[in-house]
Design a protein around this ligand. Structure first.
Ligand SMILES: *Cc1c(COP(=O)(O)O)cnc(C)c1O
Length: 345
């Protein structure tokens, strides 16, 4: 079998949720948007619910409706995009809680689903989603009369603890919400790590659950093992892969492995990247192809059957550094061609 194996440790996932929940007195929800950051919401969400998560966050109503079928009645499902045109049936039917972003969404919601729960998203400076301070001042009394269940905002620079934007946004959020008797939510993974001033009543960890930075103490959740299809010897001066970007300086043994950029192994990792054979590190040679990668296995004294790209030796953030991106993008890029295996449930 040439299909690579993506193994997801649900035990580590739940340990990460518990560890983050343990750093706060606030209620810890779980962000499972984008198919649980690519890891499979069908397995991730029930595991987190069993660990104690009672509130989940998704990006769009369709994800929320799917999640409701997985979780059944009970857990609260908050939708970041709020209440978009055409969403009423889904929001009503699946008992989703939209995080209302604007006056227009507010009107749409109370007109199409009177009495249906909703939260409010406020912009504290990121200029992405939510009502701005002026809009909020104008709408606030009307909105509060409809009894929102949550007031939330989002930090732009929480992964940089010393960034002045954090305190600036905290002050803006407080100015908009202090004195209002509605639960508040402000922090994702990064905000949880900034300390209790940032926690309020509900926290929304995502990446930390899945083993990514900025949660440096996260347990690794993902292991990616890629079979070797072929081993070959190359002579000095021979090349490996597209564009002849790698020229062998000496006799080498090259393993061709069954994974490539179509599997979300970003082409940009090529020049810097490694895989592992047990405890030995093996360099990527030349360009990452769509379905294949050449790897230097000259130093191994055995013939590897598979090499590890993600696991205890290197994380999604290691790969992200090589590619000039972030762990979130590495995770959510992981393709559909893997055999997925869930352990530790
Ligand atoms: C994605 C997202 C989160 C989770 O963020 P992490 O950095 O993955 O913990 C929380 N809140 C909002 C609004 C988000 O968009």
């Amino acid at each position: 079998m040439a299909q690579a194996r993506l193994s997801i440790d649900l035990g580590a996932l739940c340990a990460n949720w518990n560890a983050l929940a343990g750093r706060t007195d606030a209620e810890a929800g779980a962000v499972v948007k984008a198919n649980a950051y690519g890891l499979g919401v069908d397995r991730v969400a029930p595991a987190l619910a069993a660990a104690g998560a009672r509130r989940f966050f998704v990006a769009v109503a369709e994800e929320g409706a799917h999640l409701r079928r997985i979780l059944g009645p009970g857990p609260e499902i908050n939708v970041f995009s709020g209440h978009m045109d055409g969403d009423a049936e889904m929001i009503g039917g699946a008992k989703l809680t939209p995080m209302i972003n604007s006056i227009d969404q507010m009107l749409r919601h109370v007109e199409s689903l009177p009495g249906h729960p909703f939260g409010i998203q406020l912009d504290s400076g990121m200029n992405r989603l939510g009502m701005e301070p002026a809009e909020w001042s104008a709408l606030r009394d009307i909105a509060l009369a409809q009894s929102p269940t949550l007031l939330m905002s989002h930090l732009a620079c929480a992964d940089e603890p010393d960034h002045p934007m954090n305190a600036h946004q905290l002050q803006a959020f407080r100015a908009m919400t202090d004195g209002i008797d509605v639960p508040r939510s402000f922090s994702a993974t990064g905000g949880i790590l900034l300390g209790r001033d940032y926690h309020f009543d509900v926290v929304r960890p995502g990446i930390g659950l899945y083993g990514g930075l900025p949660f440096v103490d996260a347990r690794p959740v993902v292991t990616l093992t890629i079979p070797v299809i072929q081993l070959r010897e190359v002579e000095p001066g021979e090349t490996v892969g597209y564009g002849n970007t790698f020229v062998a300086p000496r006799p080498m043994r090259v393993a061709t492995i069954a994974g490539g950029y179509a599997d979300g192994i970003l082409r940009a990792i090529g020049p810097e990247g490694y895989l592992w054979a047990g405890e030995q590190r093996c360099k990527i040679l030349g360009r990452v192809s769509m379905d294949l990668i050449g790897v230097d296995v000259t130093a191994l004294d055995f013939e590897p059957e598979a090499l590890e790209l993600l696991g205890l030796n290197q994380s999604v953030d290691t790969l992200a550094d090589w590619a000039g991106t972030i762990g979130y993008e590495v995770l959510t890029s992981l393709g559909l061609r893997y055999t997925r295996e869930y352990t530790g449930a």
